[in-house]
Design a protein around this ligand. Structure first.
Ligand code: 0A1
Ligand code: ZN
Length: 878
């Protein structure tokens, strides 16, 4: 196979339905210490209308084929064609049985795709194309089959043997071995197959569905983690209840199993009835997990559970439709998190993430539509665009249709396509039909790349009491598409009177005013909307709740923003006003145009938030956090991460000093008293107190530095301990060294916590952080084979510490490139992800551009590059 051919792009427009269907798959795994043998027996038939001469193609990779039988007859080498990508049989009957024997080496599988080992156990990861590393099979999501799995292994080493569905039989296999048999009654694509074999602790519970069925819930973890699964179990029960209450969806098997593994490429995987999770999203105890970790566990447990319908019962026709399951499931996960906590805080955090992770992707050479049109390696398309912009697109359907119609539409979609592999279009048509609306133009959100700009101008006619918004849209060209057509954009707006009251709104043509928020539908490139009956010029509150994933442009002056921050009744818009105010002030500073008045205004605005009589501590913590560096960088061309860091830190210091007594007060007042609890009050209290502590860490006063140290040494929970440690890690003094050393000694045996030790150092604002990171990658506990550790060091440094990564010397770029090359030989998927910060070179000045491109080229020139990394670097250099 030539290099050229191997790297051929797959195109959406080339889609062909499968030529053969696989009715049943009967797998038999024999697991041993040095290899695994898999016998697969399957029943296939030619799909309706497919030509008699159509050969059978099966995918297969990194496999040794030991034997092949067609209807019981062994096939000779010249009966079929074997390549590095799979095998083809020229002539097969319409209906037949195929038996394939393969040999694999899970012990040597460091890619963590297919069957591999983690912590002495066996586990699988089959999405997107890992099943073909287990056996020869039409490994595509539109081939759905009934799976039966038999696993045979050493009884002592692997007492727990799991697969999808229900356990139907088990027995002794002699020589200290045992076997079990699982049957999954639900037809599924191969990417949802899973197997686990190991010595694991099981935390069991039951859940009674609303129709009265009892479901066994089982969490499997390594024995030393036996007492850290409680929160995940509770989260699962909440998710099950929530999906029944919100979408009327009940779990459809007798057992729901979750296994936590320490080596995992992503967050978690929704395999039917047998989720496999990164330990990060299962294990949580107050001593080891922060409040944010607890929340993330709940969200990811929810996410994988919700996939049981949106993804598993109704799946994707092909991988271009990935957002069909991911966008919808992220949206459902977001709704769940909103219902479990504070909707406003959740929304703010969602938007922060979208802006820091997805907007930059949209502005990079890796930009692609929510439904991509071509890929070399599908694993590169599990992106912020497909997931979180995909969820924003679903949220817009929800906004346009309203909650009741949206839910009805989702139910109809799930009923209509149950057991099928479908497309994004199928979903859109079902929603359009349910809502009785034409959503044709809305489809552009899936096919057009890029972040639209929405520009608003306003005008007030005092004589007639009319206020008009002129709203226009545009979308800059992206590498894949020069021209964009107008999007269908819901723009939620409100108007505030000069006294700060939200006004009731009446649009031209309406007879009565109704509600304080209206969703304006922008479908043309420019439109106007007029509100009537206004006594004075209002202050507009635009894109409330962030009603569309766009960049809003409106010429607010600083006073308007301060006014909105004080009065807006939409919590998102209120937060946004504060962010925009701080953003401007920081950017002016970067440009050397700061006036003393600037900081005074931010200080005043922050003081108002802190002293508000109705202060909500968790919302306040969001409002008082300065915009992230990655977001600030998007407003500067070329971006200068070092200058941004300096300007942001300078404003932080000013805020710290000017409001020192307020921060101290806030810290004392909100820091929860008594032992740790995971309730809303304590979480919000810790959040605001730790934010205040962050500012106190910047006052420079000995008293405040002492407070940080004290918190580190006295904390009874990871949230407080890590918050203080992160502040100490920015410093160069003895106290910092002592705390980091203490943390290491205490947690060196606890991988997820040790990851935090690596991460705070990789993200630190310490002046010599690059040197530190160079030392961290030499540390005996650093391991390129463990994705969590790689993300904690390399990922945290290159994505979470822009000022250090973009250090003028170029050391950061070289360090990243060297590790991408080494990692590619071990784990291509993770290596490709780690390379992404280099793809954003266009955003920087000429000198940085040159250095970044040099490093991309160095990676491109490395011998035997994987498809994964090849695709990222070649697209970046195009
Ligand atoms: N479907 C999972 C994400 C996932 C994707 C790929 C993986 O391996 C390459 C693993 C997990 C989810 O959305 O949670
Ligand atoms: Zn998902």
């Amino acid at each position: 196979m030539t290099d050229q051919k191997q790297r051929k792009a797959v195109k959406l427009s080339d889609y062909e339905p499968p030529a053969f269907e696989v009715e049943t798959v009967d797998l038999h795994f024999q697991l041993t210490e040095d290899c695994a043998r898999v016998r697969t027996r399957m029943h296939l038939h030619r799909a309706d209308g497919v030509d008699l001469h159509e050969p059978l193609h099966l995918h297969g990779e990194a496999l040794e084929l030991e034997a092949l039988y067609l209807d019981g007859q062994p096939l000779a080498m010249d009966d079929f064609l074997l390549t590095r990508q799979g095998l083809s049989i020229e002539r097969v009957p319409d209906r037949f049985e195929l038996e394939v024997h393969t040999l694999l080496r899970p012990q040597d599988n460091t890619s963590l795709s297919g069957l591999y080992r983690s912590g002495g156990n066996f586990c699988t990861q089959c999405e997107a194309e890992g099943f073909r590393r287990i056996t020869y099979f039409p490994d595509r999501p539109d081939v759905l089959s009934r799976f039966t799995t038999t696993i045979e292994a050493d009884r002592q080493r692997y007492p727990v043997l799991l697969s999808n569905g229900d356990l139907v039989d088990s027995g002794d296999a002699g020589e200290g071995r045992h076997w079990v048999k699982w049957v999954d009654p639900w037809p599924k694509p191969s990417y949802l197959f899973a197997l686990v074999a190991g010595d694991l602790h099981c935390h069991q519970d039951t859940y009674r569905t609303r129709s009265g069925r009892d479901v066994q819930l089982e969490f499997y973890v390594e024995h030393e983690n036996a007492n850290r699964t409680g929160h995940a179990m509770e989260s699962l029960k909440k998710a099950m209840r929530w999906d029944e209450d919100t979408y009327g969806l009940e779990y459809d098997l007798d057992t729901y199993m979750v296994v936590a593994v320490g080596d995992f490429n992503m967050g978690a995987m929704e395999n039917k009835g047998l989720n496999i999770f990164n330990t990060q999203y299962v294990l949580a105890s107050p001593e080891t997990a922060t409040d944010a970790d607890f929340e993330a566990v709940e969200a990811v447990i929810g996410h994988e559970y919700f996939h049981n319908y949106t993804g598993n019962r109704v799946t994707c026709r092909d991988w271009f439709q990935l957002s069909l399951k991911e966008g919808l499931t992220v949206f459902r996960e977001q709704q769940f998190s909103e219902d479990m906590g504070s909707p406003a805080v959740q929304r703010i955090q969602q938007v922060r993430l979208l802006r820091s992770a997805q907007f930059p992707e949209d502005a990079s050479p890796m930009a692609h539509p929510v439904r991509p049109e071509s890929y070399v390696e599908i694993n590169n398309f599990y992106t912020a665009t497909v997931y979180i912009k995909g969820a924003e697109v679903i949220r817009m359907y929800h906004t346009l249709l309203g909650d009741a119609v949206f839910r009805q539409g989702v139910k109809r979609y799930l009923e209509r396509f149950d057991g099928q592999a479908v497309t994004i279009e199928d979903f859109r048509q079902t929603l359009a039909e349910t809502g009785g609306r034409d959503l044709g133009q809305f489809g552009r959100w899936y096919s057009q790349t890029g972040t639209p700009r929405v520009r608003v101008r306003d005008e007030f006619d005092p004589a007639r009491g009319r206020y008009t918004l002129h709203i226009s849209q545009s979308c800059p060209p992206t590498p894949d598409q020069a021209e964009k057509k107008p999007f269908h954009i819901p723009v939620a707006v409100g108007l505030l009177g000069r006294d700060g009251q939200a006004l009731s709104l009446r649009l031209s043509g309406e007879s009565v005013a109704e509600g304080t928020t209206r969703v304006l539908e922008l479908t043309g490139s420019e439109q106007q909307f007029t509100f009537e009956g206004l006594a004075e010029r209002p202050v507009p509150s635009l894109l409330r709740g962030f009603s569309a994933p766009v960049i809003l442009e409106y010429d607010y002056d600083d006073d308007d923003l301060a006014f909105l921050l004080a009065h807006d009744n939409d919590p998102f818009a209120r937060w946004e006003a504060g962010q925009q105010l701080a953003l401007r002030v920081i950017l002016r500073r970067v440009q050397g145009q700061a006036s003393p008045n600037d900081s005074r205004q931010v200080i005043q605005a922050f003081q108002q938030v802190l002293e508000a009589p109705d202060l909500d501590p968790s919302l306040a913590a969001e409002a008082l956090a300065l915009p992230q560096e990655a977001y600030l960088a998007q407003h500067m061309d070329p971006a200068d991460p070092v200058a941004i860091r300096a300007a942001r830190e300078a404003l932080r210091t000013e805020l710290a000093q000017a409001l020192a007594s307020q921060w101290r007060d806030t810290y004392r007042r909100y820091r929860p008293e008594g032992p740790w609890r995971l309730d809303a009050d304590h979480i919000a209290g810790r959040r605001l107190a730790n934010l205040a502590l962050g500012y106190l860490g910047a006052t420079g006063a000995a008293e405040d530095n002492g407070l940080v140290q004290q918190q580190y040494h006295r904390a009874d929970n990871m949230t407080d301990s890590l918050a203080a440690l992160a502040l100490l890690a920015d410093r160069e003094d003895e106290a910092a060294v002592t705390a980091l050393d203490d943390f290491y000694q205490r947690w060196r045996q606890t991988p997820l916590v040790l990851d935090k030790w690596f991460r705070v150092q990789a993200m630190s604002r310490h002046p010599r952080v690059v040197e530190r990171v160079q030392a961290l990658v030499q540390h005996p506990d650093f391991d390129l084979r463990n994705p969590n550790r790689v993300r904690a060091v390399i990922g945290a440094f290159a994505q979470g510490n822009p000022a250090a990564f973009h250090d003028d010397s170029g050391t950061g770029y070289r360090l990243l490139a060297a590790h991408v090359i080494r990692l590619d030989a071990i784990n291509p998927q993770v290596a490709a992800r780690m390379a992404l910060p280099l793809s954003k070179w266009q955003r920087y000045d000429a000198s940085r551009q040159k250095m970044m491109k040099n490093e991309l080229q160095r990676i491109a020139d490395a011998p035997s590059l994987s498809n994964d990394v090849y695709e990222v670097v070649s697209r970046s250099l195009e």
